[in-house]
Design a protein around this ligand. Structure first.
Ligand code: CU
Length: 127
C-alpha cells in the first residue's frame, strides 16, 4: 500500500517536471513572430509585410550558411546599403538554426540580402 503511494507521488512529480520543461521551451521559441524561411541558397519567400515595432524571425531550414545584411543583389553584384529607418542587420546563420532581426521601428520598404548567395534578396515592408 505504502509502495503504491510512493510510486504515485513519484510519477506525479515526474509529470510535473516534464510539463514544466515543455512550458519553458514554448516560451523560449518566438513562434508568434513573423517568420521567413531560408533554404539552401534562397529565401523561401521573397517578401514579407510586418507591423511597425515587429522583430523578424529568420529560420534556416537547410544545412547552409547565410550571412544576412542590409542591401540587395542586382544580378550577381552585391549592393550593400543601409536604408534610412532600417535596423542595422548583420546576422550569420550556420545551418538548421534561426534568429531574430530588428525591431523594425519605421514604416517603409527595406531590402535585405545574403552576402553569400547571389540573388538571395528579401524585401521587408513595414506598415
Ligand atoms: Cu545565403
Amino acid at each position: 500500500m505504502y509502495k503504491r503511494i510512493v510510486v504515485g507521488v513519484t510519477l506525479f512529480g515526474l509529470l510535473t517536471i516534464l510539463l514544466g520543461a515543455c512550458a519553458i521551451v514554448d516560451t523560449a521559441t518566438p513562434t508568434n513572430l513573423p517568420t521567413v524561411k531560408m533554404g539552401g541558397s534562397t529565401f523561401l519567400q521573397t517578401s514579407i509585410t510586418i507591423h511597425k515595432g515587429d522583430m523578424l524571425n529568420l529560420v534556416d531550414v537547410a544545412p547552409s550558411t547565410h550571412i544576412i545584411a542590409n542591401g540587395t543583389w542586382k544580378g550577381t553584384t552585391p549592393k550593400p546599403a543601409i536604408e534610412s529607418g532600417a535596423p542595422t542587420v548583420n546576422k550569420t546563420f550556420l545551418g538548421n538554426d534561426s534568429g531574430t532581426i530588428g525591431p523594425f521601428t519605421t514604416a517603409g520598404t527595406f531590402n535585405l540580402y545574403c552576402t553569400i548567395h547571389p540573388g538571395m534578396n528579401l524585401t521587408v515592408t513595414v506598415q
